[in-house]
Design a protein around this ligand. Sequence first.
Ligand code: CA
Length: 232
Amino acid sequence: MTSTILIVEDEPAIAELLAINLEFAGHRAVRAADAEEAIRLIQHELPDLILLDWMLPGIAGVRLAEKLRADERTREIPIIMLTARSDEGDKVHGLEMGADDYITKPFSPKELMARIKAVLRRRAPQLTDDIISSGGLKLDPATHRLWAVQNTADVALDLGPTEFRLLHFFMTHPERVHSRSYLLDQVWGDHVYVEERTVDVHIRRLRKALEPTGHDARIETVRGSGYRFSAR
Ligand code: CA
């Protein structure tokens, strides 16, 4: 699945190498040469993951990580720090400040891709192609198929593309209340302008699609707050 990855790196050769490898792996790479440019890009579009260089001119990488973690809109973005080999103290500090992982320069593209995959799997499972089972449903992102798990045989259910993404997000983030605006950011993409009531339309369609096996009850309305997927 294609993820948008923001590279914040002031050394052009390293930024270029990172972008080439990310695009080769099927991701979309966006580049910023410093923290200020990164902030502008993030205001425009939330990336799925950030590769953040520690030594940046102007605002340091650690300050940017802190800033992103303090803001509700950017709090959940996974961050992988890029550090120089000698900066042992920086690694500890960076992880304390909210980075999800770090990688030491120079690194192999293979190692970098493995780290990105591991961090996405942990922090943003809705962006991976892993099959997920939750609440009596089984969803396969790679083939876009959904089954209701039954004692005798699994029942295949039909979903539209938006309902599929919505259910995938719910199943990877169960038991939590998600506001309509948060669901729009996470499922539709935050740079897309859609009215909040669009969420209600797709929730109705999702429930209708899950009705035949009684799984529509998994999608709970939380009055005044939003929606929750109940796995139990
Ligand atoms: Ca640097």
